[in-house]
Ligand binder design. Structure first.
Ligand SMILES: Cc1cc2nc3c(=O)[nH]c(=O)nc-3n(C[C@H](O)[C@H](O)[C@H](O)COP(=O)(O)O)c2cc1C
Length: 168
């Protein structure tokens, strides 16, 4: 197990475009009995409802969605380039069929009972504030539905308050 240090949020310097969009992240939810993780490259960080927040977009079909929906907390974790294979794995296999942590050579760890991969170098622990279904009628640009939702596997946007950040 790695030792993480608290990372005051004011000190975090990250470019969300490269950090989330190019390096990717793992969204993890569940509890000590069962947890699941998946790769995301859509989302952001910012300020909303007076809180520092992350927002992520999870399609209906994702097994991880069941864990996010049934728990109050989730984590958003960033891993070094040496874990690209694990990130690829978690983005192309479903935990419905296997122990994905184990298969992706990742180790579940917990803080405040919130699961995250121990291999991460930056972890944002989040309390769910809102789950916003993205529906067809919300699109102003009609191409979005055509391009991204031909199969109607819609996203839900989760907004999470960052309650703790830690790094190593
Ligand atoms: C680079 C990358 C980024 C991804 N980003 C997202 C995302 O933002 N939202 C989403 O719902 N799925 C995303 N996926 C797909 C899920 O990670 C993938 O379907 C995963 O197998 C779901 O696992 P689960 O069924 O165990 O939850 C992404 C996949 C990759 C490879």
């Amino acid at each position: 197990m790695h030792t993480f240090q608290p990372y005051p949020i004011d000190l975090i310097e990250m470019n969300p475009f490269t950090k989330i969009g190019k390096e990717w992240a793992l969204v993890t939810a569940g509890d000590k009995e069962k947890a699941n993780t998946m790769t995301v490259s859509w989302g952001g960080v910012g300020v909303l409802w007076g809180k520092n927040v992350v927002y992520i977009f999870i399609r209906d079909s994702r097994y991880t969605k069941e864990f996010i929906d049934s728990h109050e907390f989730f984590s958003l974790s960033f891993l070094g380039e040496e874990y690209r294979e694990s990130l690829n794995y978690c983005g192309s296999h479903s935990g419905r069929n296997e122990d994905k942590f184990h298969k992706a050579a990742l180790t579940p760890a917990f803080r405040h009972s919130i699961p995250y991969p121990d291999e991460a170098n930056l972890v944002l622990l989040c309390r769910k504030m809102a789950a916003v279904p993205i529906t067809e009628d919300t699109f102003i640009d009609p191409q979005i539905m055509e391009k991204w939702y031909a199969d109607h596997d819609m996203h839900t946007m989760y907004v999470g308050e960052i309650i703790d950040a830690m790094a190593r």
